[in-house]
Design a protein around this ligand. Structure first.
Ligand SMILES: [Zn+2]
Length: 100
């Protein structure tokens, strides 16, 4: 029994899978009904993942998970551009001070 892995960024439990293209993909350890990744374990104990399609929908032995990048608390950095508010012209104040 392998202990679950944890995301190095947010410490959430994750599961490393291998996609059908042979790439490593971290998914949330717990299945999620809104997940878009079908995860199952092959006969050797490797967790495999793939995108369900209309031709190959989710199978009874597969569970839907969310890719961890979609839920990672440490990667929610796409906030609105709050830095655009309150633009300061840094070159103004020193110039005025010099003139006094
Ligand atoms: Zn994370």
């Amino acid at each position: 029994m392998r202990s679950p892995s944890h995301c190095q960024a947010c410490r959430a439990p994750i599961r490393w899978t291998v996609t059908d293209r042979g790439k490593r993909l971290a998914v949330d350890a717990e299945p999620h009904p809104d997940g878009n990744t079908a995860v199952y374990r092959d006969g050797r104990g490797t967790w495999l993942s793939r995108r369900p399609t209309t031709e190959l929908p989710i199978a009874p032995w597969e569970k839907l998970h969310k890719p961890h990048v979609a839920t990672c608390a440490a990667r929610q950095d796409d906030e609105p551009m709050t830095r655009c508010l309150g633009i300061i012209r840094l070159d103004d104040a020193p110039a005025r001070e010099r003139d006094q």
